[in-house]
Design a binder for this molecule. Structure first.
Ligand code: CP
Length: 308
């Protein structure tokens, strides 16, 4: 396959398995660049990437900026709180201003689902990448999760992947479910009934209301952050009760395969969705996910900005 079909990256729901595979294959040599003493290739020299984040981020924003810098692009980071947004400038005028300033790509995170797609419709030349929109998708997190699993397990086809926790508010869960099922893995999801949205079976996931059966024999377990900032009143009795029913502990994780891979998109609420000691346990790939995120985002920039 020569490239990605769409000009923008809005979600994994829209991508074909062949395109996902292309991103994962392209990320491998990018990971090699990151291991060099001088992490620099001139592939995107002259290109300009703008990060526009209306919600907080450490991993996604920094990894996009590093990915762009490693490939020779120039980067600008906009914090809406210190931009003309506070003077009332709307989204359309903001991104069209960025396009007029010469941005080749805008990487956007927004609290409202669908904003990246809306921006894409307003821009004639600038490429849009979704860095997380509301409860919809976080496609580059999904891609880096797939990359990590394939690097660690050697395959995706036929793996049993359990996604545990706050599925309702998780854009990561949605991107992971779309990506994993398209690539041939089997996905189980488990969480409290109030945090399991309708429609998960239609996406190809098997739904569990208890943690233990979802963990049994799993090859990969992905714990999700309990999104306390998005909880509506009454969805959870208490954090303590949530942790008692759905918190991952070494004893519970022992129900999975002996060589289980433990993942989490971060940031982790230690002692809530994950026992603190599991974060650094030998089965944990959490820090490797972060590292792989740079290589996967380099691949995305390369494929969308016509590198090489
Ligand atoms: N996983 C993730 O999106 O992390 P950040 O919020 O730190 O970007």
């Amino acid at each position: 396959m020569a490239g990605l079909a769409a000009r923008h990256l809005l979600g994994l729901a829209e991508m074909e398995a062949e395109e996902i595979n292309l991103v994962l294959e392209t990320a491998r040599p990018m990971a090699g660049v990151m291991e060099r003493p001088i992490k620099k290739v001139p592939t995107l020299r002259g290109k300009v990437l703008v990060t526009l984040f209306y919600e907080p981020s450490t991993r996604t924003r920094v990894s996009f900026e590093l990915a762009a810098k490693y490939m020779g692009a120039d980067t600008v980071s906009i914090a809406p709180a210190t931009s003309s947004v506070v003077k009332g400038e709307n989204l359309r005028d903001t991104v069209q201003t960025l396009e007029a300033l010469g941005a080749d790509m805008v990487v956007v995170r927004h609290q409202t689902a669908g904003v990246p797609g809306q921006l894409a419709g307003w821009l004639s030349r600038t490429v849009v990448v979704n860095a997380g929109d509301g409860m919809h998708e976080h496609p580059t997190q999904g891609l880096l999760d797939l990359f990590t699993i394939r690097e660690e397990k050697g395959r995706l086809v036929g793996l049993e992947v359990a996604i545990i926790g706050d599925i309702l508010h998780s854009r990561v869960a949605r991107s992971d479910i779309w990506g994993l099922t398209k690539m041939g893995a089997r996905v189980r999801v488990a969480g409290p009934a109030t945090l399991l949205p309708p429609g998960l079976e239609k996406m190809g996931a098997q739904v569990y209301h208890r943690l233990e059966p979802a963990l049994e024999g799993a090859d990969v377990v992905i714990a999700l952050r309990l999104q306390q900032e998005r909880q509506r009143q009454g969805l959870l009795p208490s954090l303590r009760e949530y942790a008692a029913s759905f918190g991952l502990t070494p004893g519970r994780l022992a129900l999975a395969k002996p060589d289980v891979l433990l993942m989490h998109p971060g940031p982790v609420n230690r002692g809530v969705e994950l026992a603190a000691e599991l974060v650094d346990a030998p089965c944990s790939a959490i820090n490797r996910q972060v590292t792989n995120g740079v290589a996967v985002r380099m691949a995305v920039l390369y494929l969308l900005l016509g590198g090489g």
